[in-house]
Design a protein around this ligand. Sequence first.
Ligand code: NAD
Length: 485
Amino acid sequence: MFDDQSRLSERLDDAGLLPAAGDFPAEGRLAVRDPATGDLVAQVAVSDAAGARAAVDAAQAAFADWSATLPQDRAAILHRWHGLILGAKEDLARIMVAEQGKPISEARGEIDYAASFVQFYAEEALRPNIEGVTSHLADAEMELWREPVGVAALITPWNFPCAMITRKAAAALGAGCTVVIHPSAETPLSALALAELARRAGFPAGVVNTIIGDAATIVGEWTADKRVRALSFTGSTEVGRLLYRQSADTVKRLVMELGGHAPFIVFPSADLDRAVAEGIKAKFATSGQDCLGANRFYIHRDVYDDFCARFTKATQALSMGHGMDDPDIGPLIHDRQIDKQVAHVKDALAKGARLLCGGKVDDDLGPLFFHPTVLADVTDEAAIMTEETFGPVAALSVFDTEEEVIERANASEYGLVAYVHSQDPRRIYRLTRALQYGMVAVNRTKVTGAPIPFGGMKQSGLGREGARQGLEAFTEIKYVCRDWG
Ligand code: NAD
């Protein structure tokens, strides 16, 4: 167990990573609890609507100078932030385990991933942002300038409490925007620690503003505020729709990284050992609480029984425990997540599925530990085949033909990522063309990273994060046409 758990607050306070109060008007305090034990980890000051407005005031006031800063100076501050994040990796990882519950190896991996966006956009800030146009008008010369939009609001979830902040903030800051950040109420400590490291890196006052508080109140202020020119949200499709509507009156630029419902498709030519190992990662990473999590496994009839047996054996071998013991699976974040697992298992069984393993809470470990679960013969009518489960329950289903599996995989309002396992190049080509997903992973699970444009089709989102494309929502194109007369 995490033997210095009780001293975590003290340790982080000593490191200066736990500010007692924010920079903006605060009302009351928010208790942060360890999802594995229910223990109180820390209390943080929360802001109200006045605090949210004050953050925009500060960001707006800082925008003129920050956007005029030379790119190499912005890049230098981002590079310092990158170095400080990596330097504080162990503390940041422990904070994450304490408030989010994920295994410490995954938490360390997330810090590396989070830092990589800061490094990438430090370098991207230096790339030319002027493009010439071949003139179609006599005597005129034309250019396209990319300019920062202004204040950007960044709204992030609890499942990747550091990476979802840096993926947005580094792009916005590198582009010359100032930011107001609202992290999830479940994981404010990671956000506050990143904010403190940003201050130490030398971002001028008002450039990075992190506000903890009631989401509807804080984010509601920001969506209504016409000074906030861009809004980047990662979270559920349901809240995404709400923020889309709320942003309409002020016509904000939007990035929406929303829910997923990934199909995981295995053909007979696949390397089955590899497909099982990658399937375990695609299902159980982040204890199943991952927008890229495989929600539906479609396995060809020729290898179905074999896959079911091997996948169940691999699932039963997964360890569960407190994140500091570095198990394969930690606790879920709150009881609503547990309720969803229970409901999806019950519903699938009622509609004809078979339970191969798991299916219940581990009472010995605690109320938020759900046994990794495998369901076979899950029918398309089961809720788990259309609703995001966001937990450690795998739904396996058999298919016969390529046409059938493409139709079933695409029969979803989500379109974030799809996984395909096959060694037939022509089949892989047809599948990757036909699947309506923003990302297609072939014979592997890990596909993300700072240089790739992450994002989904359909109701999985709008726009892309990471890569050059991640700058688009934070910049506007100004077209200039000059005639020297
Ligand atoms: P959520 O939509 O419930 O909340 C996300 C954030 O939105 C919260 O942390 C909060 O700050 C804010 N929020 C919540 N209710 C709000 C309201 N009424 N008004 C304004 N803001 C509000 O999502 P969650 O449970 O925190 O995260 C899980 C979801 O996030 C899953 O659907 C998952 O697929 C998605 N997700 C997507 C990606 C991606 O990149 N596509 C990455 C991680 C998570």
